[in-house]
Design a protein around this ligand. Structure first.
Ligand code: PLP
Length: 353
């Protein structure tokens, strides 16, 4: 904001400095993700990235067919554009997990010569399930090499190992704030040669994919956050696993608490339930103790979780679900205090009911 305020499109030195900062940031983020930097475009958020990939990708490739395959546990920024595509005549198949996970064969059974796109998230934002995107995409490519492949990598990129070259997606969406950058910055990778129709028109920035003056400070912050996280990602995963173990072993002693996340989910997103107490009630109880968790996805604003429903949890249990996310700042004491307060909440709130 203060040191490099130029507009990257300006021809003078100040503009050039800003342009260099944007390009350097692009390189840093692309290197952490494993994609070519010249194909990574900045957007305002992953919601925009997902919309461009799905709506723009299909609009530019109408001849590929009318079928889209996805999962029923995608974020609303994927499911909602797909709903609008359905109204345009696309057939959208949203797969549900079988025995708590997704199998590559489920996708391959549906892929045919009319399959225009397959869109799969890397890590689910409510339960932490890690989907086998690399295998799914390799399989789809073998069956129909023309099918466009989109991965919403928001909750997993840089945080968990992901083999970019094996997945070889056409589109990959990122969000800055999931890696502790400020809110308001995202990115979309578009494979070289993959056509995409812009959703907005303007000055042609970001090769016309997301036009508008680049938010240079947000872009620089995004790169700094990614650099910082990438340097500690492996250690951080181990640390999260220890914290989760501590949480689970304490919860195991409480009869009224359940873990909803699958065993092999990523360790930094944990879905739990205090049986008999609705999520919002417990959420507000914890909030009074300065413990901030969410009920389902924050974007769903506490609405019924389509993810837990698709995972097959009984509605009563899903209604009690709390999503606990760990950050690099989470400590053992935080876990112990959370469990203490969950127990206290359970005692007090059950009595009130
Ligand atoms: N995709 C997933 C899996 C998410 O969890 C989120 C946000 O939580 C998004 C997309 C949307 O990201 P943004 O908030 O940057 O629009």
């Amino acid at each position: 904001m203060e040191e490099c305020y130029g507009n990257p499109s300006s021809l003078h030195r100040m503009g050039l400095d800003a342009e260099n900062l944007v390009q350097g940031s692009r390189k840093a983020i692309a290197s952490a993700v494993g994609c070519p930097p010249d194909r990574l475009f900045f957007t305002s958020c992953a919601t925009e990235s997902n919309n461009i990939a799905l709506l723009g990708g299909l609009a530019a490739n109408r001849r590929l067919g009318k079928k889209v395959i996805t999962t029923a546990i995608e974020h609303s920024s994927v499911l909602e554009p797909l709903r609008s595509l359905e109204q345009q005549g696309y057939e959208v198949c949203a797969l549900r997990p079988q025995n708590g996970r997704f199998w590559t064969e489920q996708f391959l059974e549906l892929v045919d010569d009319q399959t225009a796109m397959v869109s799969v998230m890397l890590v689910n934002n409510e339960v932490g399930l890690r989907l086998p995107v690399e295998e799914i995409f390799s399989g789809v490519r073998r069956k129909n090499p023309k099918t466009l492949l989109h991965v919403d990598a928001v909750q997993g990129a840089v945080k968990v190992p992901f083999c970019f070259s094996k997945a070889d997606p056409d589109f990959l969406s990122l969000s800055g704030h999931k890696l502790y950058a400020p809110k308001g910055i995202g990115a979309l990778y578009v494979k070289k040669g993959t056509k995409v129709a812009p959703l907005m028109f303007g000055g042609g920035q970001e090769q016309g994919i997301s036009p508008g003056t680049e938010p240079v400070p947000l872009i620089a912050a995004f790169a700094a956050a990614v650099d910082d996280y990438a340097a500690k990602a492996e250690r951080q995963l181990e640390r999260y696993a220890q914290l989760r173990e501590r949480l689970f072993s304490q919860l195991a002693e409480c009869e009224d608490m359940a873990v909803l996340s699958p065993e092999d989910a990523v360790p930094y997103i944990v879905s739990i339930a205090v049986k008999g107490i609705r999520s919002e009630i417990m959420l507000h109880f914890l909030e009074r103790e300065d413990i901030f968790v969410s009920s389902g996805s924050a974007c769903a604003r506490g609405g019924k979780s389509h993810v837990l429903t698709a995972m097959g949890f009984p509605p009563k249990l899903a209604d009690s679900a709390l999503r606990v996310s760990f950050s690099p700042e989470t400590t053992e004491q935080d876990i112990d205090r959370l469990v203490d307060k969950l127990k206290e909440g359970s005692r007090k709130l059950l009595r009130v009911r």
